[in-house]
Each structure stands twice: as structure tokens, then as C-alpha cells.
Design a protein around this ligand. Structure first.
Ligand code: F6R
Length: 263
């Protein structure tokens, strides 16, 4: 796991957008896994800038979002479909038929989940999966206790997540209790993973998943089992890490490290 500690949210967003852009430039028809939320908004803003000012081309990209609230139609302002349109898709040149976001108002969520997994397979699998992290250590909506082998399915949200996400709704009672989410196993199948995190409120979860044991109580810790994970944190999110000096040394000696160990 490569840990990159940025000074602040802006730098974190630039670094993570740079990594996504590098993936797209290397493979024009990359399959991206995308997250929503406050954390990746800055990354998406930077990707939009790279598209508008530097011609970053998304026309051959396919993308699969991690999750969606059950019961919200794609045009609902609190849906993740809407978030993706507003924060990314409508500003770049992705092809709408290649933008996959789970459908919250499907009649048959179980069938939908199987279809979604199938679509990811048909696309050749995810090349680069972008993740945020919840305060309780969740990735996508894999709440504590989720199987580390889980696939796309319906999950009930944990109380902490409902409280955190209530900031986007008029009242906490309006936050849907159920979601469709990619599983931990689905995420681990991606060829590369990029997790971004910022702010003091994520410090404990970050210390646990990076430096603690692998446990279904902190589903992000499953990323320790993946060979190609980059974590980009701001200083606040990194503040509870024990081995900060080591991570910073690796970052500052990247060329030497690449020469010695080839990464
Ligand atoms: C969203 C997602 C969630 C968020 C996490 C952090 O698609 O999968 O796991 O990444 O809840 O949310 P923010 O970034 O709003 O703090």
C-alpha cells in the first residue's frame, strides 16, 4: 500500500486527479470505478479542469459507480446518479451509455445487482477504482461486519453513516436506510485502487485501515490484501498514523524506490 500525505484538500485532489488522468492517458478505454461524496468532489473538479484546459479525453472511458440509495430516482437531487451528473459527467466527454451508476429505483434490486456485476465483467473489469472512506471505516457502503468477499448487493446503512449523510437531506428521517453497493470482493477485483481521505474526522478510520489488522469491522482494511493500492490523504486525515515518517521518506525518494524495487 502506497501512502501519500498531501498538505491539504487541494493538494490531495490534484494528486488523485493526476493519478486518474495518468491511467486514462495510458489506456484510453480504461474502466474506472467511481465514488461520490465530499472527498472526491475536488478530484472531479480537477479532472474537469484537465479535460477543459488540457484536453483529457474521456470519450472511450467506461465508469461504474460504487453505490446508490434505494428508493431515489436518478434525477433526485440527493441521488448519487445526480451527484455524478452535476460534479463530473456533464462537464466532460464521457458517453452516457458508458456511465454506470446503480439504479436506486429499480423494481428488482437483487436482479439489478447481478446485472451490474455482469456489466463490470463484460467491460473487462475495473482498471482503477476510486474510493472514499466512511468514519466507521467503510468503503462503498460496506458497513462494519460486511463480508470481505461480498459482491454487489443490498445493504442497510449503519447509524453512523445515516448521521453523517443526513447533512445532504432536510432531516435525518429522509436518509434512505437501504442502498445498493458494490461488495468488498467486487472492489478487490479492481486492478488498481486509489483511496482518498481528508479531514480530522477520517483520521481514526485511516489509522485503523492502514496500520491495524484486517477485519470486517473496518472494511477498508481489506485493501491490505490488494497488491496495488495508493492512499492519498491530507495531513489531518493522516494525523493518527504511526509511521508517517516512513511514508514521507518513500514519497520523497520515489525515484530511488522505483529504481530499487520497480514500483
Ligand atoms: C460514496 C461512498 C462512500 C463515501 C464515504 C465518505 O460513493 O462509497 O463510501 O466515500 O462515505 O464520504 P465523504 O467523502 O462524503 O466523506
Amino acid at each position: 500500500m502506497e501512502i501519500v500525505i498531501a498538505h491539504d484538500y487541494e493538494e490531495m485532489s490534484k494528486i488523485s486527479a493526476g493519478l486518474i488522468a495518468a491511467q486514462i492517458r495510458k489506456k484510453h478505454d480504461s474502466v474506472l470505478g467511481l465514488a461520490t461524496g465530499d472527498t472526491p468532489s475536488g478530484t472531479y473538479k480537477e479532472l474537469v479542469r484537465l479535460h477543459k484546459e488540457e484536453g483529457l479525453d474521456f470519450s472511450k472511458i467506461k465508469s461504474f459507480n460504487l453505490d446508490e440509495y434505494i428508493g431515489l430516482a436518478p434525477l433526485h437531487p440527493n441521488s448519487y446518479n445526480y451527484f455524478m451528473q452535476e460534479n463530473l459527467f456533464k462537464h466532460i466527454n464521457t458517453v452516457p451509455a458508458n456511465e454506470f451508476v446503480p439504479q436506486g429505483n429499480t423494481d428488482d434490486p437483487e436482479e439489478f445487482c447481478a446485472w451490474y456485476e455482469q456489466k463490470i465483467l463484460e467491460a473487462g473489469g475495473i482498471d482503477l477504482q476510486v474510493l472514499g472512506i466512511g468514519r466507521n471505516g467503510h468503503i462503498a457502503f460496506n458497513e462494519p461486519g460486511s463480508s470481505l468477499a461480498s459482491r454487489t448487493r443490498v445493504k442497510a446503512l449503519a447509524q453512523k453513516t445515516i448521521e453523517d449523510n443526513s447533512r445532504f437531506f432536510e432531516s435525518i428521517d429522509q436518509v434512505p436506510r437501504f442502498v445498493i453497493t458494490m461488495g468488498v470482493g467486487t472492489i478487490l477485483d479492481a486492478r488498481k485502487i486509489l483511496l482518498v481521505a481528508n479531514g480530522k474526522k477520517k483520521a481514526e478510520a485511516c489509522a485503523k485501515f492502514i496500520e491495524g489488522p484486517v477485519t470486517s469491522q473496518v472494511t477498508a482494511s481489506a485493501l491490505q490484501l490488494h497488491p496495488f493500492v495508493t492512499v492519498v490523504l491530507d495531513e489531518e486525515a493522516a494525523s493518527a498514523l504511526q509511521r508517517k515518517e516512513y511514508y514521507n521518506w518513500i514519497r520523497d525518494h520515489k525515484q530511488l524506490v522505483q529504481k530499487k524495487i520497480g514500483r
